[in-house]
Ligand binder design. Structure first.
Ligand SMILES: [Zn+2]
Length: 237
């Protein structure tokens, strides 16, 4: 193969390798899964607290319900006693009536507590369900993201290995002096060590024009060094 073609291919390959390596670095440095995991942890704690609160409120609701029922029964007993006709003394009747009033109030309070708790539990159950759904969504997103990153890492690593072995093959075909020159140029100008010029173009990456002599040689040989910066200049058809 012509030296000019070899250099052109080697440089294209090296540029691609640089690109892939930075792509791999971005993948390795990705904080996205970490961020999602943090969200999951926070949400898990919230859900745990909500579940505890719900358990406690359901227990309390049951207590209020039983209390209310108990006051109701006690009140009924006293009412039966009061209207049985067995109690006739007005002081006793008054006492009974007071007790009934008191029990009625207590029954009402317990029942109100029960109703309030029912409403709170309803709301909290809705919140809990929302958070549980959100948890599942984030978990799915995390799985998807992690798989995506892992797959991409494999892809990019494979491509890098492939290009590296192609690069070795190319190197085998290149004369030592050209390779040495290329390597030192790449160190100096990683982005544009090799400059491709099309027909009629005369300006190098350094901004200077090739001398007429070098330009003529470029037309004939297809590859020269820049007069000023020494970059490899090749003619591209
Ligand atoms: Zn130059």
């Amino acid at each position: 193969m012509q030296e000019q073609k070899l250099i052109e291919q080697l440089f294209t390959l090296d540029r691609k390798l640089t690109e892939l390596r930075s792509e791999l670095k971005v993948l390795k440095d990705s904080h996205e899964p970490e961020r999602l995991e943090q969200q999951l942890n926070n949400l898990e704690k919230t859900i745990e607290n909500q579940e505890e609160s719900l358990t406690e409120k359901r227990r309390l609701m049951k207590t209020r319900e039983l209390e209310s029922e108990q006051y109701h029964q006690e009140k009924k007993q006293l009412e039966d006693e009061m209207y049985s006709g067995k109690v006739t003394a007005s002081k006793e009747l008054n006492d009974l009536s007071e007790k009934i009033k008191d029990l009625h109030q207590k029954e009402q309070q317990s029942f109100e507590g029960y109703c309030e708790l029912t409403e709170e539990i309803d709301n909290e159950e809705k919140n809990l369900e929302q958070n549980q759904n959100k948890f599942q969504d984030i978990k799915k997103e995390l799985d998807k993201k992690s798989n995506e990153i892992a797959d991409n890492k494999v892809d990019v690593t494979e491509k890098i290995e492939e290009l590296k072995s192609k690069r070795e093959e190319l190197k085998q075909q290149m004369p030592e002096r050209l390779l040495t020159k290329y390597n030192s140029l790449v160190n100096k100008f990683p982005r544009d060590a090799v400059v491709k010029l099309f027909e009629q173009e005369v300006t190098c990456a350094c901004g200077l024009e090739l001398s007429t002599e070098r330009y003529s040689r470029l037309q004939v040989e297809g590859m020269v060094s820049c007069d000023s910066c020494d970059r490899i200049v090749i003619l591209t058809k």
